[in-house]
Design a protein around this ligand. Sequence first.
Ligand SMILES: Cc1cc2nc3c(=O)[nH]c(=O)nc-3n(C[C@H](O)[C@H](O)[C@H](O)COP(=O)(O)O)c2cc1C
Length: 312
Amino acid sequence: MQSLGLKYPIFQGGMAWVANGHLAAAVSEAGGLGIIGSGHAPADVVEHEIHTAKSLTDKPFGVNVMLLSPHVQEVIDVIVREKVAVVTTGAGNPSEYIERLKGAGSKVIPVVPSVGLARIMERVGVDAVIAEGMESGGHIGKMTTMALVPQVIDAVSIPVIAAGGIGDGRGVAAALMLGAAGVQMGTRFLSATECDIHPNYKKAVLKAKDIDTLVTGDYLGHPARVLKNKMSRAYLVAEKAAAQAGQDDFAELEELGNGSLRRAVQTGDSETGSFMAGEIAGMVKQEMSCADILTSTVAQAKACLQQGPALL
Ligand SMILES: Cc1cc2nc3c(=O)[nH]c(=O)nc-3n(C[C@H](O)[C@H](O)[C@H](O)COP(=O)(O)O)c2cc1C
């Protein structure tokens, strides 16, 4: 964390369609690490967001690369050219890109859902890992943050960032006590003033209760946590029917899901949009600037950590 020169050990998770250069710059400018979510965007779109972030901050920021993107090669080319400080990766193994990224001065930090993958990532030479539990919004693994993070920390000697279900200073303090070097929050930043998602999406996050998320895509092998709405309920019904029929052709389900996060972000349509968010949404009650999110979170974490010795 220190080598990144951050004021606070808090990453804003790269979120496809959501985390643009504007949000990433606001988080970095406020002392955390903002991360642009490149999703399946073409390289010129990613380049534009990097330029936006650079125009708004001279602090380090990151880009999240979805390794399954059809544009991954060109996106890596842009990142190397732009010398982005941090590259987080999702959905796969970034080993073939590590040498080039490190050559350009980038720190490579993959998201991992298990100890096994964390070990493989350490072996191929990444700088740190983000251990993400299934409480989180977006695509998820099988383990909870509380169980996953300490096991990953015990298994590797590189820094481990905790993600999933962390929404305020209590969560940050808990993650640091588990041995994490820092945290990554996604859902909390959906409510940020600088987060440019459709107002309906933001309102749905602010209104959500603890039990208002569900997981779609399990049957397809791509589970994702989203808010309950017309779209996600309809998807789950279709998925259960496909599972009961033992279907192995997923074309219809994929058609239903295609573009649904984009629709949520751009049109706020709850009939066809997937409002990805984590379980911690139930605790996110107020729209705040990134600077206020970071300073209040850090103040609360410090207060929690100071109380520590008196608790036992
Ligand atoms: C709307 C949304 C989109 C996301 N998209 C991505 C993504 O493109 N790549 C990725 O690695 N993680 C993605 N994530 C996961 C976040 O980067 C982060 O790890 C996660 O949100 C942390 O858990 P939390 O939601 O409980 O804070 C996404 C999360 C959300 C809520």
